[in-house]
Design a protein. Structure first.
Length: 521
């Protein structure tokens, strides 16, 4: 069963694998302590002469700060190349085995033409298209023969219009469901058109699952589709909730919570926000509730647009968002980073944004929007797909140019703990399910990172900062730029596995950034 209160009481278990610094869970806040002139601790209810009291605060971080690392941008990998693609964007990228698979939204040339588009209209007449690649950059759009465009049957369209049925398709994303039966291995969730009669019936029979905005938009709901292979889709005929989320909808199966978690567009006091819903039945959803409502800087002109939620590769306990921040004053966007340890409570990673629009005239010189996917790429890199366009967001769009590229970092380096001079911090007590330690770090020429493993004396109390700590092992200093630098201990010791009790890791940094650590068996 999922832990109902994860992270509540130490020591905290840490498994074999990578553990990036994207939040403060591994940076202990320290513990205030006061001692007398003889160095003996003084209890806070003890009567004593204030002049005889000295500070001896334990494990308080100093000289370090957690910071987002700016991403680099690649050249575009997705553009409009087919007759049914007037604009493309919003890719979902999944690495399935050795193959990169992409599903992306395409607006056809008749998107704004009510006569040509017929009953679809501009809101629900888009296509979900498919492409695949062996390296994540060189994509092939296969002729799948499932949808005809103006007499051509060699399209890569897999869902939308007639393939989706009357609801049409808007704001979709795809995910791979690891616990589903074979015929439902791939799933998609999207906004579609619901008839006013259906919405009224929901309002009578299931009012707790009806968006209050349905009084303004009485013809919209959320629909789902399933597929055995991501190509042949079967749409579910009925809505799964009456909710209006007209941009990126991201769903994944969370094995820790044993449920599906959906991140949608929300609204709070007339600003766009990110909302969240959770269910164990993919075909029955509650209304989403607020997840992120305040931008990182609290600017009054800023909305939180799309969410780009993913799970960090190799670390299922680290959840990441790449929210698009919309600046109404400039009508443009940037991409920030947020993190969560439980897929429930979220915090902004300080120091952003991670990506801003490119130079004027570039394909992404107007706006950037993070899409879904955090994939390992050749060259020891990790990348988030994003869509860029050359115009401000609400500028008239008939001449809009758009394409998709990656925001990339060296593997593991989306954020890091940085010391501009000397700094140090300690972890809370950890139960380490591994004996080897590697660090992802970068130092100045005269900088270093050193780590000390500490254990508590017998009879230790789990309250951090209480009880004596003794040195178990000290490392040699590490210098340079390394993604997986092995830690060598001065006394040849190794970390003790969890069965032998908790360990505290104390990191000392000089002119260095520590991006994360890795436990090995």
């Amino acid at each position: 069963m999922p832990d109902p209160l994860p992270g509540r009481s130490p020591p905290f278990e840490v498994g074999v694998g990578v553990h990036p610094f994207l939040d403060h869970r591994f940076i202990h806040a320290g513990q205030p302590r006061w001692v007398g002139t003889d160095g003996a601790p003084i209890h806070y209810w003890e009567s004593t002469d204030p002049a005889q009291v000295r500070a001896a605060h334990a494990s308080v971080p100093r000289g370090v700060q957690l910071r987002v690392q700016p991403a680099e941008r690649t050249a575009p990998f997705l553009d409009s190349t087919e007759p049914w693609e007037h604009l493309t964007g919003g890719p979902t990228i999944i690495r399935d085995g050795g193959l990169y698979r992409m599903w992306y939204h395409a607006l056809p040339p008749d998107h704004w033409d009510q006569t040509a588009a017929g009953r679809w209209g501009p809101d629900f007449g888009g296509f979900l298209c498919y492409a695949e690649s062996h390296d994540g950059f060189d994509w092939r759009k296969p002729a799948l023969g499932q949808y005809q465009w103006q007499g051509r049957g060699d399209t890569n369209v897999v869902l939308g219009r007639e393939l989706a049925g009357a609801p049409g398709l808007h704001g979709e994303s795809v995910f791979l469901d690891p616990q589903a039966p074979a015929h439902e291995r791939y799933k998609a969730l999207y906004m579609g058109r619901a008839s006013p009669d259906v919405v009224r019936r929901w309002m009578r029979e299931r009012p707790a699952q009806v968006d209050p905005w349905s009084s303004v938009y009485p013809d919209r709901g959320v629909f789902v589709a399933v597929s055995p292979d991501g190509i042949r889709w079967t749409p579910h005929p009925d809505p799964v909730v009456i909710f209006i989320s007209d941009t990126q909808n991201v769903v994944d199966w969370n094995p820790q919570r044993q449920s599906y978690v959906w991140y949608a567009r929300g609204w709070a006091w007339d600003r766009r926000t990110i909302a969240r819903a959770e269910t164990r039945d993919f075909f029955d959803w509650p209304l989403p509730t607020p997840a992120l409502t305040e931008p990182p800087a609290g600017a009054p002109v800023t909305d939180i647009y799309t969410n780009g939620k993913v799970t960090y590769p190799g670390d299922p306990g680290t959840h990441v968002m790449f929210p698009t921040l919309y600046d109404r004053a400039r009508d443009t966007t940037s991409i920030a980073v947020a993190a969560s340890a439980d897929d429930l409570a979220w915090a902004w990673v300080p120091g952003g944004p991670a990506l801003e629009p490119g130079p004027e005239g570039a394909f992404d010189g107007g706006c950037v929007f993070a899409a879904k996917g955090l994939v390992e790429l050749p060259g020891h890199r990790i990348g988030v797909p994003y869509s860029g366009n050359d115009l401000p967001h609400k500028f008239p769009r008939r001449t809009l140019r758009a394409a998709s590229a990656y925001a990339v970092w060296p593997r593991g380096r989306i954020a890091g703990v940085t010391a501009s001079s000397d700094g140090e911090f300690a972890t809370p007590p950890l139960l380490l399910h591994g004996c080897g330690l590697r660090l992802d770090l970068q130092t100045a020429a005269d900088g270093h990172v050193r780590v000390t493993a500490l254990e508590r004396a017998p009879g230790w109390t789990p309250r951090p900062g209480h009880g004596a700590l003794t040195v178990l092992a000290e490392s040699q200093p590490l210098h340079g730029n390394h993604l997986r630098a092995p830690v060598s201990w001065t006394n040849g010791a190794a970390l003790r596995p969890a069965a032998h009790g908790p360990i505290v890791l104390r990191f000392q940094l000089r002119r260095a950034t520590l991006y994360g650590f890795e436990l090995t068996a």
